[in-house]
Design a protein around this ligand. Structure first.
Ligand SMILES: [Zn+2]
Length: 385
């Protein structure tokens, strides 16, 4: 059985595609601004945008005056609710799912427990989620984010937390849902969101550091996440931070896993306070000035400062985004993080702006949806066989 598929914008937009992508990422946006960003004359932009308007890909949304004398600039936009995408983040014990519009805005989300980690069971859960969301939104494509190594946005090479090796996840989900599906490492997916629609949508080079059950790192240069075959092993998760720090389970002293991981912080706080303390509770106690919790959280914050100094020195980012469910640690420890990063850097070097995401798990699912949005917009969605 084969399904005909709406091919997406890119398949026949040709030279007009960059115009459509600019309007998608930044609209409503004036024609003058698009022309400036893409280096197009007024005439060229008119010629390229006319067929897009004809096809309903973009449309005029009135005029915008900047208050100066002269002709007001006409604004272009997309209809963000013309298409919907399903983003899925597979976690150790749950699946987080979100439906987004064409701009990655979440319109619906849910989380379901993951009791059976076999690929067949996970695929069935994705199929059930898709079916449930289809009642209210027709899904154009599905994006899956997973903490592991992924090949070609289709095959999970390795995902240790699920004990998966070489799982053709996109194929399996497409067979069940008949919806084009992309799979990618979850941090890369988050980077794609930040690049297209998030904090970094005007930056050429930015880094994402994720905090939570592990420490993740992503670098994007000119729209390209810097990845390779080893990327999905979470290599920065054991970055050395404090030669006098505690040991991680792999025997590194004071690595990122030993200092920053949420389960490690919960364990230290539980030991120090003599009763069960979660990661979130430990960070809030630190925010209130509790001495033992503060010591643990600020040790972690210094570790994060070491990592940020290294990221700045080695990659020269225009911006750093801290994300993941452990982001509150970086917010509470902000001054400590900054102080440690400055201490380790040349005093002449500037610190790039640091943004904090909300830390909501739905952000991971939204990132996964952006994989699908990009493939739709760029016309790279493959027809489901
Ligand atoms: Zn380690």
């Amino acid at each position: 059985m084969s399904t005909t598929l709406e091919p997406g914008w890119g398949s026949d937009a040709g030279a007009a595609l960059p115009v459509a992508i600019e309007v998608l990422r930044r609209g409503p946006i004036s024609r003058a601004e698009i022309g400036r960003r893409l280096g197009l004359s007024h005439a060229s932009l008119s010629r390229l945008s006319a067929p897009l308007i004809e096809r309903g890909v973009i449309h005029d949304v009135g005029e915008h005056s900047n208050g100066r004398v002269g002709r007001p600039s006409r604004l272009l936009d997309v209809d963000a609710s013309s298409h919907f995408f399903l983003g899925i983040k597979i976690r150790e014990s749950e699946i987080v799912a979100a439906v987004t519009d064409l701009r990655g805005e979440v319109v619906e989300s849910t989380a379901v427990p993951l009791s059976d980690r076999s690929p067949a069971a996970v695929v069935q859960q994705v199929k059930d989620l898709h079916r449930a969301f289809e009642v209210s939104h027709t899904v154009t494509a599905i994006g899956i984010g997973i903490g592991g190594a992924v090949h070609d946005r289709r095959t999970v090479i390795s995902a240790g937390f699920l004990a998966w090796e070489e799982i053709a996840l996109a194929d399996l989900i497409e067979q069940e849902t008949r919806i084009p599906t992309l799979v990618e490492n979850d941090v890369v997916a988050l980077c794609e969101y930040e690049d297209w629609f998030g904090f970094a949508s005007h930056d050429e080079r930015f880094a994402v550091i994720t905090l939570g059950i592990g420490t993740g790192f992503g670098l994007v240069i000119n729209g390209q996440p810097i990845v390779g075959d080893d990327y999905g092993y979470g290599l920065v998760g054991h970055w050395p931070m404090d030669p006098t720090g505690p040991l991680c389970h792999q025997g590194h002293r004071g690595c990122a896993a030993a200092l920053l991981n949420s389960d490690a912080i919960a364990r230290y706080a539980t030991e120090a306070l003599g009763h069960d303390v979660t990661f979130d509770e430990a960070v809030e106690l630190a925010a209130e000035g509790h001495p033992a919790a503060s010591r643990i959280v600020h040790d972690a914050a210094r570790g994060l400062g070491v990592l940020i100094a290294a990221v700045c020195n080695l990659t020269l980012p225009d911006r750093i985004i801290i994300a993941g469910e452990g982001v509150r640690l970086a917010v509470v420890g902000h001054d400590t993080v900054q102080g440690k990063a400055r201490e380790l850097r040349d005093p002449r070097a500037h610190t790039p702006p640091i943004d904090y995401s909300s830390g909501d798990n739905v952000e991971w699912a939204r990132g996964a949806a952006v994989l699908a949005i990009q493939a739709f917009a760029l016309g790279t969605l493959a027809a489901v066989q």
